[in-house]
Design a protein around this ligand. Sequence first.
Ligand code: SF4
Ligand code: SF4
Length: 371
Amino acid sequence: MDLEKIVSVTSCQSYNFPLVRQSLAAMLEPFGGLEHFMGPGSRVLIKPNLLTAAAPEKVVTTHPAVIKGLILAAQETGAQVFVGDSPMGGTLKKVAAAAGIMAVVEETGASLLPFLQAKTVSFPAGKACTNFPLAKEALEMDFIINAGKLKTHSLTGLTLAVKNCYGFLANKDKMRYHARYPIVHDFADFLLDLYLAIKPGLSLVDAVVGMDGPGPRVGRPKPLGALLASTNGVALDAVCAELTGFSTNEVTTLHQAARRNIPGHDLRKLEIKGPLETLRCRTFDKGISIGGWSFLWRYAPTLARHLQQRRRAWPLVSEECNQCGTCLKHCPAEVMQVVAGSREKKVTIDYKKCLRCYCCQEICPQGAIKI
Ligand code: SF4
Ligand code: SF4
């Protein structure tokens, strides 16, 4: 059996913990359970989506009930479990506490693992990048469970398993790579290279309640009632896109995976285990979608690049801004500043140098940046 072709889809209609545990067990069954991957003495890292400090009901982060279920399932094999990430909006401890994950780490006896040190990893097969400064703490693990959250994303269409691996970079490196790849499809190639360089042993997406609209920080909670997993993150992303009505072209990482013929992008070649048809969502608000022009990307990539540069949307600072300054710290091009206006201070953007990476929209706690 080729596990890389299997995507397991399970119905899970709420975060009620006994239900989540039962659903996780059903989701892992096609892979032979976690004991297929780990055992006594294994050091296992669970990497949630911990973008920034937000309560579970905001659906910004992987839900604590899912993380708790995974910790317990891994511990039952005899493994030692760590939960780690490098969040954008604050220290891991602060973000994990707000997300309810610190509480489940303490309750289960797992360990919180901030990513503090980087180790350069060579990936000669990379298309956009062949060397990555990855979290040393993650590289020392025997097994990685990549536990993402299904949300819309202004740059990639959706953030799922592949995009969740961006958290294996330290924050200063995240900003550097945003600046290095201003073309969205180049950035998608970078994300794919990064995912393939790490290649987590198992990827999971929490879509019990996802986020639609202007994600990934201030979109709307969207109940989808699903937990999904695969050993192949690209295949998992392809099925999540299908679940929410996105075409391959609308999720830039899938678009590039198809162009590069990376295994998993083609649904026809996957074995989907579970009730995908009954869980399919036809009312998912895709937010802004940067993908498309697949014909041009295939036959006239130079023109596609040119059009993307000219037609991509700009970030706008709305009146909801309270000048907290958070976005200024995360702008990779350092083109945002607080200036004194005629009546009050306001945040301005130097559009001549703006990369349109949308990090400001992703991090703004007020939802004040509109694309
Ligand atoms: S745009 Fe958002 S993050 Fe930036 S200063 Fe205003 S409120 Fe803060
Ligand atoms: S202003 Fe926003 S979109 Fe422009 S470079 Fe800075 S963070 Fe990116």
